[in-house]
Design a protein around this ligand. Structure first.
Ligand SMILES: Nc1ncnc2c1ncn2[C@@H]1O[C@H](COP(=O)(O)OP(=O)(O)OP(=O)(O)O)[C@@H](O)[C@H]1O
Length: 274
């Protein structure tokens, strides 16, 4: 991993993310019930829980895809619950998806350039006419993409169409694309789902490197308990939409209610690999 890449103009820690009393109801079903937790600046925070616990719903509220029925999510001075996804992204919150959301026919470089879109100033017309200002800007973004690709170990893959890459590498491209948005908070939805042992270890190493080298806060939803316990600074445990435990991984692991939730959940314990 290259150490030349630094977050863009961010020499301070990211703001704290404060989730307070967030409730989400779908017709007759409470998917999240007054859930609260805090992601400390520059930390790795994991949200875990058995199937159907509310993890994805929580992510979707934080990224503006779902609207909370009540409660608040503050990121620094901003209240996120009333904002649409693009406004939340503009505040420096980037996310990856459980299922890869890349353009398979486009090269890695092109996919990463799409990640820069939010930061592109040149208007549609200037870019279309290939005006010097637009060309300069495109070159700057291209250089940044090269740096980010080097950081995540994708330098040699930049010209390759994403669809031709192994699954584990595609997940890496997804993370790189999120980094191209110059985030201050990264939301990772099951970053190692479907990966083999080696790919899992590589991805865990990369997540730790993002936290340590770039100081970006990371919130991840993950079924792989072994990985969560190794890399998270703090863990929030959800079960049936409620927060049943939270704290440092070692504490949470031994919490009787957490053990009960995982053992009692059909399939939940089975998915907890280590
Ligand atoms: N758009 C929706 N409409 C109705 N119900 C929903 C919707 N999204 C989620 N739910 C329900 O909310 C509950 C929580 O689901 P959620 O997907 O957040 O859980 P999860 O912890 O992410 O589960 P998994 O680990 O299986 O991904 C479930 O009962 C689910 O069926």
């Amino acid at each position: 991993m290259s150490d030349t890449y630094q977050p863009d103009g961010m020499d301070t820690l990211p703001p704290r993310l404060e989730v307070r009393d967030v409730t989400v109801r779908f017709a007759g079903l409470t998917a999240l019930d007054a859930v609260g937790f805090t992601v400390e600046p520059g930390s790795v925070h994991a949200v875990i829980g058995p199937n159907g616990a509310g993890k994805s719903t929580c992510f979707n509220v934080l990224s503006g895809v779902y609207r909370a029925t009540s409660g608040s999510v503050r990121f620094g001075g901003a209240e996120l619950t009333a904002l649409p996804p693009h406004r939340i992204a503009a505040l420096g919150v980037a996310r990856t998806f459980q299922n890869i959301a890349l353009s398979p026919r486009l090269s890695v470089r092109e996919n990463l350039m799409l990640g820069r879109h939010r930061l592109t100033r040149a208007g549609f017309v200037a870019a279309g006419l290939r005006l010097p200002s637009a060309r300069r800007e495109a070159r700057r973004h291209g250089e940044r993409v090269t740096e980010i690709a080097a950081f995540v170990g994708l330098s040699g893959r930049l010209p390759t169409p994403v669809g031709l890459l192994p699954y584990g590498v595609q997940k890496r491209v997804e993370l790189a694309r999120a980094l191209c948005m110059e985030p201050r908070l990264l939301l990772l939805d099951e970053p190692v789902a479907g990966m083999n042992g080696g790919e899992r270890r590589d991805m865990a190493e990369l997540i730790v490197a993002v936290r340590e080298s770039l100081g970006i806060s990371i919130l991840l939803v993950e079924h792989d308990m072994g990985m969560v316990m190794r890399i998270a600074d703090a863990v929030t445990v959800l079960d049936f939409g409620r927060r049943i435990a939270g704290g440092p991984p070692a504490e949470v692991q031994d919490d009787p209610e957490v053990i009960r939730a995982y053992l009692g959940a059909a399939g939940g314990a089975g998915e907890a690999t280590s």
